[in-house]
Design a protein around this ligand. Sequence first.
Ligand code: GLA
Length: 489
Amino acid sequence: MYSLSLFVLLAVASRTLAQSQPFGQCGGQGWTGLTTCTDSWVCVFQNAYYSQCLQVAVSTTTAPTSTGTTSTIKTTTSSTGTASTTSATVTGFPASAPTTPPSNLVGKTPALGWNSWNAYGCNINEAKVLAAASQFGSLGLQAAGYQYINIDDCWPLTTRNSTTKQIVPDPTKFPNGISGVATQVHALGLKLGIYSDAGSATCAGFPGSLGFESIDAATFNAWGVDYLKYDNCNIPANWSDSALPQNGDWYNSNSAIRYRQMTAALAAQARPVQFSLCLWGNYEVWDWGARVGHSWRLSGDSTPTWSYITSIISTAVSHISNDTFGAHGDMDMMEIGNGNLTIQEQRTHFAAWIMLKSPILLGTDLSLLNSTQLAIITNKELLAFHQDLTVGPPAAPFTPFASAPVTSPLEYYSGKSAKGTHVFIINTSATAATKTFTFSAVPGLGTSGTFSVHDMWAGVDLAGTYAASASFSVTVAPHDTVAYFINVL
Ligand code: GLA
């Protein structure tokens, strides 16, 4: 009844300069990035939402016949290892699926940390991970609040332990195992994150956790893992969603249930785990993500481009009503330090993730960051807004004055913190522009009173006092963002 088909889309060997890198995203609904892969890599269809550059030969095997059975779901021969066949027990359709919420002991404010993927892809090892942990100290990142050191895809061997069925860390990359890394990361006062997948294999072809949730959650707990990023590649056909699920609530979809099973498995362990859902903004994840994890990816993979930054801001803004304590739309990992973003664009990148309260996971070799970049990512006032313990919701767009032009993404945002009211203004144009707002137009400031403006980037009060009816103007550099706290005098 089900046809288990996996399409291998051979990348046309057109020698365009711009081709997606190994393991990069190369297709999927809503994807506007590169669609071909570098030489000898192919764009592999994972599902309607995601294709990825892999170096694989893929064969399909027995199709599952019904739910509640054990079925062989996929055989992958990966460039990174030998062939592996994975079985998954199909369980947990709506009536019996776990409804355990994520831990409320962690994840109240959005995660601050580092992740290996944007910096190193599959080319990871213990030394690189521990270098990032040590740089958290030496570069002042830990003092600024950065906490999580997260290992992404490609950390294990391609086959599970045949007896225990546990995932096995690759001893070449991690000679002391993941527990050895965790011990050292914890000794520095930091937390360790790991990566797995709610399918038969990860996006890069390593063992997935579908059907192995309890074993993997217990293993991660024993190793001392504090954070789990859970990806969405290689989904068996009988776990797909073709129609609006039960009660019209995507929480009841097969996709959500794949994640709910891991939430419950994590909850059964002693160690609280921050749970990051990586479904690329599909299955209306913003509507149910907070019932299952602490954050949910809003889109496909980030790129170090201005077009990515602007498009993810618009996406995030359209879903901010779901964001509060313990519930964060994830705009994906940081690209500061990668590519050719201008300093102004990097400032906007950081400010947008701050004001919209996305997890901020640095994604570069930290030793390459210059002092300007370090100053951006350790800015105390912006980080205090992001990590505020009294106000959960992020900043939201406002209309700065009557008949203000509408841009994409929107340029004017205001938000609350324990201190009071903040205003963020993005200049989305490629030329310097004067930006203006009227104080009474800022939500919550009211129509009377006197105000002054504090520059959060510089940490200084600006000259001038203003009546509620007055306007404030500033010239903003191309693609830059200003961040203000409004003093009520
Ligand atoms: C997907 C995720 C990325 C990264 C890779 C690893 O592309 O969206 O963030 O984890 O898988 O293969």
